[in-house]
Design a binder for this molecule. Structure first.
Ligand code: NAD
Length: 471
């Protein structure tokens, strides 16, 4: 096999991967395991460099934060792939209904071919290499388009991937919106997109022209429902952690809080104390990430200014950063009018609106009036109240009495629903996203299928009458 350079135009890279995927359809376990091991080596050997690149892209974001939120989660997923791959790739027997006896049936798990992965900037290592490694484990070829907002990380990912893989196996295409648009128009066998709902819509449209199936991991407004039975100090700490990890730039960050009316002052105090404990200082504290760019910081500030002008009360929990610095302090927003952007759009920053409800049913009605969220968080001890909310709302996932944690559980499918996306991944669910499940029916020499053939005479009628009673 001649190797092609990863610097070729993306269409040529795609054609080479497609040709290779059609040449090697039955990808052996050893090849797949070796590819996953190479991804793992890449983070084991270059994790520090990757964390430094992320830090350079964000301005402020400690390597420890990248270790826990990017690399640890990725490593856990790769470890599971390495352990489970032999079992996951095996064909599954399907029980045969009695009227088809003694035939046998199975479902083969085959590679799809060439998988495209488009990744965002917020956890740029995990959200690039996680889906890519899973697609490789399922026997596919992979083309990755990381985000242009984190150019140091994207360039390093390209360098590392191209050092460890032939471009026909796994390659990286870098660039902004023009390149991304061209990328999403390639006739992939599957296109896996993580990013905003707005761009997800464009990606789905581009993919539809090729009948390319997509997975869309999008965003949205994830609510925290605090029940009257909740320990408010504990809930506030966990909400502060989930909200302020990466300064709110997390797809499943709590977007807003639904609180029993009358407990605003208590929540404000508890949240302020939690912020103080987690981040004793803000400006210059590398554990508290900066907003990724001036444009995104200006967006946060514009949303807060609009809310203030509309009459909301904004509580700023820390110092404002000096000019040119992008560490935006945590904020609580009370009495927020419904028409404001903080109420309508995904916030994706450290600003937390607190809405109040008279009853738990009001909280459910509020959630059900909007697009279906990616995550929902419920806090309390009253299990009847908990079940009432969980059964009457639909969200991608849920953590009860915590935030974010469901994403770290490797056996839970992770994904959105409605406007927060479609198609879950992680664990075996993720592996199956990148497989074709091929149905195989094997007839027996003793099979009785010929009894159903025409001409449909008396014998056929008697047989069908008998079958109707049992089927
Ligand atoms: P984004 O949608 O702006 O960009 C994501 C990727 O899409 C980037 O690589 C970008 O280059 C590419 N892109 C941009 N325009 C495109 C186009 N027209 N066609 C094809 N691709 C295009 O998102 P972002 O700002 O990088 O990330 C933040 C968003 O991602 C938030 O909404 C967040 O909730 C969401 N997100 C979701 C998850 C999840 O797992 N559900 C995880 C992280 C982030």
């Amino acid at each position: 096999m001649t190797q092609i350079p990863p610097t070729l135009p993306m269409r040529a890279l795609f054609d080479a991967q497609r040709e290779a995927s059609r040449r090697e359809v039955d990808v052996p376990l050893a090849t797949r395991a070796d590819r996953v091991a190479r991804v793992r080596d890449l983070i084991e050997q270059h994790g520090d460099r990757l964390a430094e690149a992320v830090q350079a892209d964000f301005g402020v974001r400690s390597p420890e934060l990248t270790e826990v939120a990017d690399l640890f989660v990725l490593r856990a997923g790769l470890g599971q792939l390495q352990r489970q791959l032999p079992r996951w790739m095996r064909a599954r027997r399907a029980p045969t209904p009695w009227y088809l006896w003694p035939a046998r049936a199975q479902v083969m798990r085959q590679p799809l071919g060439v998988v495209g992965v488009i990744a965002p900037w917020n956890y740029p290592v995990q959200l690039s290499l996680g889906p890519a490694a899973t697609a490789l484990a399922a026997g596919n070829r992979v083309m990755l388009k990381p985000s242009e907002i984190t150019p140091h990380t994207s360039a390093l990912l390209a360098e590392l991937v191209h050092g460890a893989f032939a471009a026909e196996e796994f390659c990286v295409v870098q660039g902004g919106v023009d390149i991304a648009t061209e990328f999403s128009a390639l006739p992939f066998d599957h296109l896996f997109f993580t990013g905003s709902t707005h761009v997800g819509r464009l990606v789905a449209q581009a993919a539809a022209a090729n009948l390319t199936p997509t997975t869309l991991e999008l965003g949205g407004k994830s609510p925290c429902v605090i029940d009257a039975s909740a320990d408010l100090a504990d809930a506030a700490t966990k909400i502060a952690h989930g909200k302020l990890l990466n300064a709110g730039q997390t797809c499943i960050a709590p977007d807003y809080v639904l609180l029993p009316r009358g407990r605003e002052a208590e929540f404000e105090r508890a949240y302020a104390q939690a912020v103080q404990r987690l981040f004793p200082t803000l400006v210059g504290n590398p554990d508290y990430a900066a907003i990724v760019s001036e444009r995104y910081l200006a967006r946060q500030q514009a949303m807060v200014d609009e809310a203030r002008q509309a009459g909301a009360r904004v509580v700023v929990l820390g110092d404002l950063p000096p000019e040119g610095q992008r560490q935006m302090p945590p904020m609580l927003v009370f009495d927020l009018p419904p028409a404001t952007r903080l109420m309508r759009d995904e916030i994706f920053g450290p600003v937390l609106p607190v809405l109040t409800c008279n009853t738990p049913d009001e909280a459910v009605a509020h959630i059900n009036a909007g697009p279906r969220p990616l995550a929902l968080y419920w806090f309390g001890r009253d299990t009847t109240a908990r079940d009432r909310v969980l059964k009457r709302t639909v969200s991608g996932g849920v953590s009860v009495n915590d935030t974010l944690m469901h994403v770290a559980h490797e056996n839970l499918p992770f994904g959105g629903v409605g406007e927060s996306g479609w198609g879950a991944y992680h664990g075996e669910t993720g592996f199956l996203r990148f497989c074709h499940q091929k149905a195989v029916f094997t007839q027996s020499r003793l099979g009785l299928g010929h009894l159903f053939y025409p001409p449909y005479g008396d014998r056929w009628r008697r047989l069908m009458a008998w079958l109707r009673r049992w089927a």
